[in-house]
Design a protein around this ligand. Sequence first.
Ligand SMILES: [Zn+2]
Ligand SMILES: [Zn+2]
Ligand SMILES: [Zn+2]
Length: 254
Amino acid sequence: MASPGKISYDTYTPPERNNPVERGGNELSTKQTNFLRIWCRDFASGSSVPDESVTALAQVLQTKPELVHEHINQIYKSHPTKEQVRAYLFAETNNHLQPETRELVKNFVTACRRRYSPTDKRRSVNKGRYCCTFKCGYRTERAFDWRRHEETHEPQDIWLCTLCTPKPFLVGRKDKFLKHVNDKHSNVVAKEIQDSSKVDYVPTADLNCPYCGTESGTWDERCKHVVGHFEDVKRGAKRVRIVREDDEDEDELS
Ligand SMILES: [Zn+2]
Ligand SMILES: [Zn+2]
Ligand SMILES: [Zn+2]
């Protein structure tokens, strides 16, 4: 059998394409296909599965390598979108929330991630080397403000006001939550409901650097890493290359 070498989403075809595997006893079971799907999700690096991994997988599953090849090919053809992956992650990590809260939080997070238009009028000052990695056009001179802005797109903490019914109030910043309570529920001491209103939310941010692809372990690391790129620009680099999947272009950071 000729080695197909690295398998890619686009070019890989099963080695025995002209000699289709007999159906019936030669199909993978649901248990085996589930195993492959999870394996690809957790261990496949980028868009390729090396030949030796396919052989090893076939041994583990006690099946023919060509069936594994064929199934992996199918998995890549139906490669989930970024949104599907995010929805899946959210469901996995926030399963402990009450269904009603979970739905509210999911909608809130989705709305936060939606980009603001670069031309909307909500910013009066828009200068500086620190720029929004969600590409809404925001820029600032201060790293602190930059991070706070990033968290408007990717909230790390969420408060759901326990006093607001039936229309829920959610917010991603403690100072804004306290202000809400002071403004809307003036008979209550804001700090007293701060803890009970905080949602036990597990953030599901994309921790890959949008400039170089480096994956961080935490949001904090990710932010410090990205700030490093802006500091590099300060030290003389002309620009940072944006490598977000959805629209690839370069951001001038001068
Ligand atoms: Zn932004
Ligand atoms: Zn409220
Ligand atoms: Zn980077």
